[in-house]
Design a protein around this ligand. Structure first.
Ligand SMILES: [Zn+2]
Length: 399
């Protein structure tokens, strides 16, 4: 079946026309229901059973689980339905009206990642005449760009269940089996103010923070000595001190100081253990200085992700794309889906280079190959799942 660009563009135009910004800033944050309603309509017309699941505690936010076929195996094709905010006056065209220029489709979310869903629909249409021996499940999540509350809610629910999951984030159709985790943390030091002429009149939070920062930097070098992964462009875990606020006047002892930092762990490291280790290191500083030091998370964090290079899904995606799997610098919902017991991989059309910025576009040239890869995955894991176990190695690829 040849790729129907007009149908693809029509569907993407409708998805883009429904704003679904998710953002920690409440003035930006929107619901995603209308995007999911469109997807549910299209999937129901293709024989899928669709469930809209409200994300607990997040009004107007939903996850969609659309299922066709049944069985213990099967494949999940997953995308997020939200986008980041936008700078309207820096766009050359309306971000909510899909516009074609020079072989590219421009619109907010075109590449990250509303553009994945019409490619999934086209792949479903391409193999529609063949019965599914194992289920095909399409999911669309809420809030990936902000809190990842959609993916967290799915983990709580223990769904979806399948053997394999592909997340269609823009990777230029290269299979991605590793990314770093991310934590964003705050350290707040509370001392006591007083007249600066006599240090005994207060407890200087800024000076305590000086000790905190040296301890963090020491810990960072220890981590970077201990952990290294040559699959990543930056092959060590990183910690960035992002902002600091404290004090008011030169002649007052600083009573409060707060530092925000992030930590991006490599696969094999664990966010909770890192947080506990940092907290342990802060205790003696608090005792010595007589101040209060509180470590807290600014958001719930995303664990590092790695899918074994020998797993059936990685092999199949490497064969279908002709590319060896790699690592990326951005975090995804992959660790959440993997924690549900599925082999998980990130692979989709479009480039992260066009994401999160004005004039976001998806390159039309990537679309037909994306549909071929997705229909190949459906064939491999849902239509002819028995051949999945005998996947030939990627070096056997001859075309
Ligand atoms: Zn994305």
């Amino acid at each position: 079946m040849t790729f129907d660009l007009k149908l693809y563009s029509d569907q993407l135009a409708q998805l883009v026309a429904q704003p679904s910004v998710s953002c920690s800033a409440p003035q930006w944050d929107m619901g995603n229901r209308k995007v999911l309603d469109l997807l549910a309509d299209w999937l129901e017309a293709r024989g899928f059973q669709c469930e809209l699941l409200a994300v607990p505690g997040k009004s107007g936010k939903y996850n969609l689980i659309a299922t066709k076929g049944s069985g213990a195996g099967g494949l999940v094709l997953s995308g997020h339905s939200d986008t980041v905010p936008y700078d309207q006056n820096r766009w050359q065209s309306d971000p909510f009206s899909l516009t074609e220029r020079d072989g590219k489709l421009y619109g907010l979310g075109a590449t990250d990642m509303k553009g994945f869903f019409p490619a999934v629909l086209a792949a479903i249409d391409a193999v529609a005449d063949q019965p599914l021996a194992q289920p095909l499940i399409v999911i669309a999540t809420a809030d990936e760009e902000s809190s990842m509350s959609g993916a967290r809610a799915l983990v709580e629910l223990g769904r979806p269940k399948a053997r394999y999951a592909v997340i269609g984030e823009p990777t230029e159709l290269r299979p991605v089996r590793m990314h770093k985790g991310i934590m964003m943390e705050s350290i707040r030091v509370r001392g006591a103010s007083g007249h600066s002429s006599n240090p005994a009149l207060g407890k200087n939070a800024l000076e305590t923070m000086h000790g905190v920062i040296s301890e963090l930097l020491t810990y960072r070098s220890e981590l970077q000595t201990r952990y290294r992964n040559p699959g990543f462009q930056v092959d060590v875990p990183t910690m960035n001190l992002g902002c600091i606020h404290g004090g008011d006047n030169p002649n007052r002892i600083c009573a409060e100081c707060e530092l925000h930092f992030d930590l991006r762990a490599l696969p094999g490291m664990d966010n909770d253990e890192l947080r506990a280790a940092i907290d342990r290191r802060l205790r003696p500083i608090a005792e010595r200085s007589g101040t209060d030091i509180v470590l807290s998370e600014l958001f719930a964090g995303v664990e590092p992700f790695e899918q074994d290079e020998h797993s059936a899904l990685v092999k199949a995606c490497e064969r279908l794309t002709g590319h060896t799997s790699e690592a990326v610098a951005f975090a995804t919902e992959a660790p959440f889906l993997q924690s549900l017991g599925m082999e998980t991989l990130v692979l989709g059309p479009g480039s992260i280079n066009q994401a999160h910025q004005p004039d976001e576009f998806i390159d039309i040239q990537q679309l037909a190959p994306a549909v071929d890869i997705l229909s190949g995955l459906i064939d491999r894991f849902c239509i002819q799942p028995d051949t999945a176990a005998s996947e030939p190695p990627v070096s056997d690829k001859r075309n």
